[in-house]
Design a protein around this ligand. Structure first.
Ligand code: DC
Length: 213
């Protein structure tokens, strides 16, 4: 008997752990995985390096057509500045529209898929079989992000990372188009008090319960 494809959506704020959890779940179920934040990071990176201003939506949206696998593999996209630029271009509706078809195509491929982002359960795959909204207290997320970033930048102040997180949360949740919000049928996973193994166990259990697989 062939099973229907399984679509799993992970949404949540910056540094909530959703990317790690989505990667593990995708491997568990043998599903293709898309980190949609990387697409916005790529547009923000191209805009910065090509001097495309934030107030030029048409030019910004054209950058979506220049995303290549090589660009998505760049270490520079994983950094702090890239996250901030991504959040800025992500508030531009034309950029979101330009990235929409690729994401919906990915979500609806015959094999099924796991995607993580901000609007997967609400906009990109509202029909996803499992939606998990991963969150954690801003201080906890900032500390995790600081642990990662301070390896390359030991002078980085923890307070600056918390400030970044608060600004990004406000922008991602406050924008008019596809803001960060929990879908009505999403399951909440608060990882504030969970270590990585416990968070993975909790995510596995939610996916199993909701999908029946
Ligand atoms: O998940 P991330 O930190 O890589 O995302 C970077 C930014 O991209 C985030 O601050 C908001 C934006 N984003 C978005 O608006 N919608 C998505 N589906 C994914 C990311």
């Amino acid at each position: 008997m062939t099973q229907t494809p399984l679509i799993i959506a992970f949404d949540g704020p910056a540094a909530s752990g959703k990317g790690t959890l989505a990667t593990v779940i995708a491997a568990d179920y043998g599903l293709p995985f898309l980190d949609t934040g990387l697409l916005y990071r790529a547009v923000g990176h191209l805009a910065f390096h090509n001097d495309v201003p934030l107030h030029d939506p048409a030019a910004l949206s054209e950058l979506a057509g220049e995303i290549t696998p090589e660009l998505l593999a760049l270490d520079a996209l994983r950094g702090r500045e890239a996250g901030e630029r991504a959040s800025q271009v992500a508030a531009v509706p034309e950029v979101r529209a330009a990235l929409n078809a690729f994401q919906t195509g990915f979500a609806n491929q015959p094999a099924g898929a796991v995607l993580d982002g901000r609007d997967i359960g609400t906009v990109i795959a509202p029909h996803a079989h499992v939606k998990i909204f991963v969150t954690a207290a801003p201080e906890v997320r900032a500390h995790r992000r600081w642990l990662q970033l301070s390896k390359a930048n030991p002078a980085l102040a923890p307070g600056d990372v918390l400030n970044d997180i608060r600004i990004r949360d406000a922008r991602d949740s406050g924008r008019a188009d596809a803001p960060l919000e929990m879908a009505a049928d999403a399951l909440l996973l608060d990882t504030s008090d969970l270590g990585i193994e416990a968070a993975i166990a909790a995510a596995r259990s939610l996916v199993k319960d909701r999908s029946g697989r």
